[in-house]
Design a protein around this ligand. Structure first.
Ligand code: HEM
Length: 208
């Protein structure tokens, strides 16, 4: 029963994540393209019912996922089995911090939690030492977690070699896409000028 609910909630989060990560991919086309797409997507995921469902699923996913990890602690032998637990633990940490930060940014700081809210931390030293790997690992971990799910779901359809190849291919795709997204946020494709109100959250002014 708990496994079925975990999988159903995963489908809802994955559906959001596909659009959310595609949105971040648009940063390659420039900050304006990213912000415009986010504003269109917000028309759906910021509807109160949709947002409550999404945040409810995130909380349930974190709780049930950590319970599964604890229940099978020390029993996992296979690479994909271990990767599933490791990527799930990272996603639990990331999602709790990430969603709390978005809610805090909107309700307490009164900021528009758009591209600049995420990018600011990547542009201020020493915070960048935390935020660059934090976001890089998030995209890599969600792909790794989906790779493990695909590896398991294909157990009766593909041979062991093909299943492993599918799993590794999804992990590599996640690493590559994550590197592209983080490079775009860090200003590697075109200059990113962080507005003063976002720099101020790190105690900095423009040019400092
Ligand atoms: C490069 C990696 C990521 C960046 C830069 C990023 C950035 C952001 C930003 C800026 C927001 C605020 C959106 C808004 O105000 O409309 C947000 C919200 C959110 N993100 Fe991410 N995100 C990343 C990865 C992920 C991943 C992998 C997940 C996993 C599903 C995720 C889940 C969420 C959720 C659940 C919200 C809250 C949506 C809401 O209710 O407003 N994010 N993210």
């Amino acid at each position: 029963m708990l496994h079925t609910l975990h999988r159903s909630s995963a489908v809802i989060i994955a559906l959001f994540a596909i659009f959310h990560i595609a949105n971040h991919g648009f940063a390659v086309a420039g900050v304006e393209a990213h912000i415009q797409l986010m504003e269109s997507l917000r028309q759906v995921y910021r509807l109160p019912l949709v947002e409550a469902l999404l945040i409810g699923c995130v909380l349930f996913q974190v709780g049930s996922g950590l319970y599964f990890v604890a229940r099978r602690f020390g029993e996992r032998q296979d690479f994909f089995d271990r990767l599933q637990a490791a990527s799930g633990c990272y996603l639990a940490f990331f999602l709790l911090v990430h969603v709390s930060a978005v809610v805090f940014g909107r309700s307490v700081l009164g900021l528009d939690t758009n591209f600049f809210y995420a990018a600011a931390g990547m542009h201020v030293f020493p915070y960048a030492l935390f935020f660059l790997p934090y976001y890089f690992l998030a995209v890599a971990a969600i792909f790794a977690h989906l790779a493990c799910a695909a590896h398991w779901l294909m157990r009766n359809r593909l041979g062991p070699v093909q299943r492993d190849r599918l799993g590794y291919a999804l992990c590599v795709a996640g690493l590559l896409l994550s590197a592209v997204i983080i490079t775009a946020f860090a200003g590697g494709f075109s200059a990113v000028e962080i507005p003063a109100e976002y720099l101020a959250t790190y105690g900095r002014g423009p040019g400092t």
